[in-house]
Design a protein around this ligand. Structure first.
Ligand SMILES: [Zn+2]
Ligand SMILES: [Zn+2]
Length: 450
């Protein structure tokens, strides 16, 4: 019997955690997939410092998954799909609940998880962490093997995870899009997915974030074109240029470096998180920083911004704060700190707004402040990292899974996925299971089938 524990991330975009259990009558073996955090639940409380908060309190705030359903189970592995915080951000809090259980992920993901764990103050995380390659199959217990399948997303080395059991394979998509022209040269492993489709997929756990968009998500190459179309033409005549995007979006940051090089400007990444994500990416050869530099310490930031404000036409600043997050560099600039941002500057938002009320409000405040200072803004030079409806349909037709559990979304996103599945011949309650946080979906084994 296979059980899917839909622990968290089934009522929101954030704090993802799913577990796959297998038993043939003996003690159930369980693989955990992802341990994410939901930052907006923390940010609304000004007095909460995540690093110093225990798991129980953060669970009460709804900021990290409530994993109590797993506490007496035999967990054999913790697997990470990719390095975004809504997938790895709670590992410092929750991995200690499963002492000695090994953690697996691709190199970039594991290095980010390690840095997450290092900043943890409340617990010591002793779980061994192993870097895995795409195509690698790891036997994690007597009955279960896990496999990493290459995907494309808005962070390097995102993976789909196949959990192979004697009752069949469970495929978890992680976050993905089908990008056939990734500027970093990554590509989805269609070949392996088609093979799995032939071998048979017992359960597909599919992310649902953008399934309501009736299209195919454009390639990251389109975002690169949007940026070039501004920077390499009008941008050349501009004075101060400030771009803001996700610190973990290495492809986008690489494009900004290439563009700065072509403009004869130096790209300067300002802020701690940009330095962290690009630093680890550089170690792994995932980004080439030639023509760019990253500054992280408050003193270095002050110094470099003073330099830039004297000769704006020589630089392309890349900063955090596209969601108006308090404390981020762009937010502080809009408040009149760090740099005299104004009429001479253009701010390029290479990011969408993360759709939750807190982000919307913060972004509104940020834009209003920038506008009041006379800053010119260019918004939405961005494409999403998530699959749209037709990408999902393509995956469904490739895999032809027996059962489907929509994941990674608010209730309405999961039901949009179920609607797509019905178009493809499935039926809610029969072979499509729309679940909630903390519930279990039981998939009958071979003996259970009629
Ligand atoms: Zn996610
Ligand atoms: Zn993601």
């Amino acid at each position: 019997m296979i059980r899917i524990y839909t622990i968290s991330g089934y009522e929101e975009v954030g704090k993802n955690m799913t577990a796959v259990g297998y038993t043939n009558g003996g003690r159930e073996e369980v693989v955990i997939i992802d341990m994410g955090i939901r930052l907006d639940r923390v940010l609304i409380h000004e007095d909460v410092n995540i690093q110093e908060f225990p798991a129980k309190e953060l669970q009460k705030l709804g900021a990290i998954p409530d994993d109590s359903i797993l506490r007496d189970k035999k967990v054999v592995a913790i697997v990470l799909t990719h390095g975004h915080l809504d997938h790895i951000g709670a590992i410092g809090k929750l991995a200690p609940h499963y002492p000695d259980v090994p953690v697996y992920g691709t190199p970039y993901t594991v290095k980010l998880a390690k840095s997450e764990v290092k900043s943890e103050k409340y617990f010591e995380v002793k779980n061994p962490m192993y870097e895995t390659a795409f195509g690698e199959i790891v036997q994690v217990s007597e009955n279960i093997a896990i496999e990493f399948i290459g995907a494309t997303h808005s962070i390097p080395q995102a993976s789909m995870i196949a959990v192979h059991t004697p009752d069949g394979t469970v495929l978890h998509t992680g976050d993905f899009k089908f990008d056939n022209n990734s500027p970093l040269g990554e590509s989805p492993d269609y070949k392996r997915l088609k093979e799995l489709g032939k071998e048979g997929v017992k359960v597909l756990i599919a992310e649902s974030t953008r399934v309501a968009e009736p299209t195919k998500t454009p390639s990251e190459a389109v975002a690169q074109m949007l940026l070039e179309d501004f920077f390499l033409y009008e941008g050349r005549e501009a004075d101060g240029l400030i771009a803001t995007t996700f610190a973990s979006h290495i492809a986008r940051l690489q494009e900004l470096i290439w563009i700065a090089n072509r403009m004869g400007r130096q790209a300067v990444f300002v802020g701690r998180s940009l330095a962290k994500y690009t630093g680890i990416a550089k170690q792994l050869g995932l980004i080439k920083m030639k023509g760019a530099r990253a500054v992280r310490s408050p003193n270095a930031i002050k110094k470099v911004l003073a330099e830039v404000s004297q000769a704006r036409e020589n630089y392309l600043l890349v900063v955090t704060g596209h969601q108006g997050e308090p404390g981020a560099v762009l937010t502080r600039m809009a408040n009149g700190e760090l740099y005299d941002i104004g009429k001479r500057d253009t701010v390029v938002f290479s990011a969408g707004t993360i759709p939750n009320p807190l982000n919307r409000a913060q972004r509104y405040v940020l834009e209003t402040k920038l506008r009041m200072r006379g800053v010119r803004m260019i918004k939405d030079l961005h494409v999403s990292g998530h699959a749209s409806r037709e990408d999902h349909r393509y995956l469904l037709r490739m895999l032809n899974p027996e059962n489907i559990v929509p994941a990674h979304g608010e209730f309405r996103m999961l039901t949009h996925y179920a609607e797509l599945a019905e178009e493809e011949g499935y039926m809610i309650g029969r072979d499509v299971f729309v679940s909630r946080n903390g519930y279990t979906v039981e998939i009958p084994g071979k003996e259970g089938q009629s």
